[in-house]
Design a binder for this molecule. Structure first.
Ligand SMILES: CC(C)(COP(=O)(O)OP(=O)(O)OC[C@H]1O[C@@H](n2cnc3c(N)ncnc32)[C@H](O)[C@@H]1OP(=O)(O)O)[C@@H](O)C(=O)NCCC(=O)NCCS
Length: 368
């Protein structure tokens, strides 16, 4: 990304405000998420964005919840608007760190793990998710190609997404030949270090004026925490925070998994996509990889998953990821996802995880 994080954040914020039919002055609160401002020597970015939007007096706050930061910001904006504290609120997620080398970026990211127990002992996110993948593969014997199918599918979707980090397809042969990063995770099982910014406007129904495009309706906005360290969890076959946040979201929406047409899930590593689909209740435990390999989660399958290309290939600009999932859902619902449309887009679910699941958000949206 050539722009600075702050420039990109201000640009996408202005685009979102214009799409929503509001003026910047209508925004009552700005919720910003940004995890690694130190990579650009820039913190306290909320007031800078508001200054760039011409609304210096509007309050702002910067939220950090690791990789789930902008879905946390979205939840806070929802609560703020639903509580009547603002008619409209702005959510902006931004990250810029691709100029860092892999070692530095890996060390930055590792601060989201538990320092004394994990990071200090050499744990990194590829290593922690490899532990989860190994546990899963011991419990449910899974062929390499089953994980490979997820990478191939997400790259195929990203190849049709102009916002994506990697706009290229890969073959199963390329997947299988890619270097091992943390056994059993290969290069193409991993998300990259991405730059990016994404913005969403949240408004009370009565306040919506003349939006340029159809707004999404919130059906659920749920968050959960969980036991952070893996050694303290009862099992390593899924993420407890996904199970809790998913169950809460379905209760709020009075829906079941069968009511959802497509999903954007947190696939920081291919194993994470499998666990998400099982923990959210879309597939029984131990069957998610097999279902994916059989094409059920393809863009034209029965349950399209990550039509954007997911974190794997659309990219993972950490604090912008949760908001970018909502942008994909918005584009699908409004017919703006040209060339990567899912067959049915009435109702969609967004799932965003912080670290190895210490935090998680699940949002459900419907067409108005
Ligand atoms: C997988 C990983 C270790 C690769 O890093 P690396 O080996 O240093 O790779 P480089 O940055 O040197 O890039 C080498 C090539 O691989 C590509 N590449 C890098 N990461 C990639 C990925 N995840 N998927 C596909 N291609 C990738 C680069 O674009 C580059 O391609 P090019 O040679 O055509 O330009 C790194 O991307 C990583 O750690 N990802 C995980 C990030 C993470 O933990 N996020 C938090 C999740 S909770």
């Amino acid at each position: 990304m050539k722009e600075t994080g702050r420039e990109a954040a201000t640009r996408v914020a202005m685009e979102a405000i214009q799409q929503s039919g509001f003026a910047p002055q209508d925004i009552g609160y700005t919720f910003v998420s940004n995890c690694f401002g130190m990579a650009e020597h820039q913190g306290h970015v909320g007031p800078l964005i508001n200054n760039g939007l011409g609304i210096p007096d509007t309050p702002s706050v910067t939220l950090e919840s690791a990789c789930s930061s902008s879905s946390a910001a979205l939840h806070e904006a929802f609560v703020h608007v639903a509580g009547g504290f603002a008619d409209a609120a702005l959510v902006v997620g931004v990250e810029k760190l691709s100029h860092l080398d892999t070692l530095t970026a890996t060390s930055y990211f590792a601060i989201a793990a538990d320092y004394p127990f994990e990071t200090k002992n050499g744990a990194t996110f590829p290593g922690l998710y490899a532990t989860l993948a190994n546990a899963y593969r011991q419990a449910f014997p899974t062929k390499d190609e089953m994980f490979g199918a997820i990478a191939v599918k997400n790259h195929a979707n990203a190849a049709r997404n102009p916002h994506a980090h990697f706009q290229k397809e890969i073959s199963m042969e390329t997947y299988l030949a890619s270097p091992m990063i943390a056994t059993p995770l290969r290069l193409y099982d991993c998300c990259p270090f991405s730059d990016g910014a994404a913005a969403v406007v949240v408004a009370a129904k009565e306040f919506v004026k003349k939006p340029v495009t159809e707004p999404l309706v919130f059906r659920a906005s749920a968050r959960s925490g969980s036991v952070t360290d893996m050694q303290d969890r009862p099992d390593l076959l899924g993420l407890p925070a996904t199970r809790t946040a998913g169950a809460k979201a379905f209760r709020q929406a009075k829906m079941e998994p069968k009511d959802v047409n497509f999903l954007e899930v947190h696939d920081c590593f291919t194993i994470a996509e499998v666990m998400a689909l099982e923990d959210l209740g879309f597939f029984p435990k131990g069957t998610g990889a097999k279902e994916s390999a059989e094409g059920v989660t393809a863009r034209d399958g029965k349950l399209p998953v990550n039509p954007s290309g997911g974190l794997k290939a659309k990219g993972h600009p950490v604090a912008a990821t949760g908001a970018s999932q909502v942008v994909e859902i918005f584009e699908q619902v409004n017919g703006l996802a040209k060339g990567r449309e899912v067959p049915k887009s009435e109702t969609a679910l967004a799932h965003n995880v912080g670290a190895t699941g210490g935090s998680c958000s699940v949002h459900i949206f419907s067409r108005r």
